[in-house]
Ligand binder design. Structure first.
Ligand code: OGA
Ligand code: MN
Length: 287
């Protein structure tokens, strides 16, 4: 196979072409991995993956994490506990077969409320609605490089509290006590600016906005700084909008990107299968 790449936009992402993920040589795998390390989001179109193929490709990057605890717990296809289903489709009993419904999923990075978040996640498109449900990616290394001096100074080397109460769909995680108090909420502390272990460059690591808090500031100061940081990061020049086609596989780096999903028509069907690559290390501050 001849592997070629094409940037998805300036800030983040690359399409890797000429690859069948069911038959990927070690040399070609290293090309794919390198593209992911450099560009943080990789798109591979026209794949034909069963769940076993998805798992086999995922495991080439390392051990897998189990799915996150979502609004109805951890939902996996029968016999595939490491696969997470993102879907609005209902089963015979009227229960969703997956998480996140059909509404907007707000900006976030996956599972950063854990001390050891997964390094990467990947989604494989099995069914997509005729329109809507696009997934947006934000290049947090480009956003970090462009951080205005005053914001960088206000942030210093502080840490950020990442909330584990609500998921990106706004749903309460199963068994968690609802709160909007970042001090009471379950979650994890991470440096606001990380060193990316693979490419060595700094990355802004915000996780999610709701119940977020910046260490050492009053709640008001923290909220004001967070608003400014979020407004900076989510400017159009840092974003890639992915319009899904069947057979697309998109893998992203949870340290150096955020993502969100547009809402879509709830009577249409959308089924995505996801895996998550276990973190090799705790996120490390860039100093
Ligand atoms: C995810 C996620 C968005 C989408 O799987 O982590 O946020 O487009 N999904 O389904
Ligand atoms: Mn997500």
């Amino acid at each position: 196979m001849v592997v070629t790449v094409r940037p998805l936009c300036d800030a983040v992402g690359v399409e890797v072409m000429g690859v069948d993920l069911r038959r990927l040589s070690d040399a070609d795998f290293r090309e794919v991995e390198r593209a992911w390390h450099q560009r943080s989001v990789i798109l591979l179109r026209n794949q034909q993956l069963g769940d076993d193929d998805l798992l086999a490709f995922s495991r080439r990057f390392g051990e897998l994490d189990p799915p996150p605890n979502q609004e109805r717990g951890r939902i996996s296809p029968p016999g595939y506990p490491d696969i997470y289903v993102v879907s609005n489709v209902l089963d015979k009993n009227g229960d969703p077969i997956g998480a996140l419904g059909y509404g907007e999923a707000v900006w976030h990075t996956d599972m950063s409320y854990l001390d050891m978040p997964p390094d990467a996640s990947m989604l494989y498109a099995l069914e997509i609605p005729p329109s809507g449900g696009n997934t947006w990616f934000c290049g947090m290394q480009a956003a970090c490089d462009a951080l205005p001096d005053d914001l960088r100074q206000r942030l210093g080397d502080r840490r950020v509290k990442h909330d584990g109460t609500y998921n990106s769909g706004g749903y309460l995680r199963k068994g968690v006590t609802p709160t909007d108090d970042p001090f009471k909420a379950p979650g994890a502390w991470h440096p606001a600016i990380l060193k990316h272990p693979a490419n060595g460059r700094p990355t802004l690591y915000l996780g999610r906005r709701r119940n977020s808090y910046i260490e050492g500031l009053s709640r008001e100061e923290s909220d004001a700084l967070l608003e400014d940081l979020w407004a900076h990061c989510t400017q159009p020049q840092f974003l890639y909008e992915h319009v899904w086609r069947l057979g697309d596989l998109v893998m992203w780096d949870n340290r150096s990107t955020m993502h969100r999903r547009d809402p879509f028509d709830g009577t249409a069907r959308r089924i995505m299968h996801r895996t998550q690559i276990k973190g090799a290390n705790r996120p490390v501050a860039f100093t």
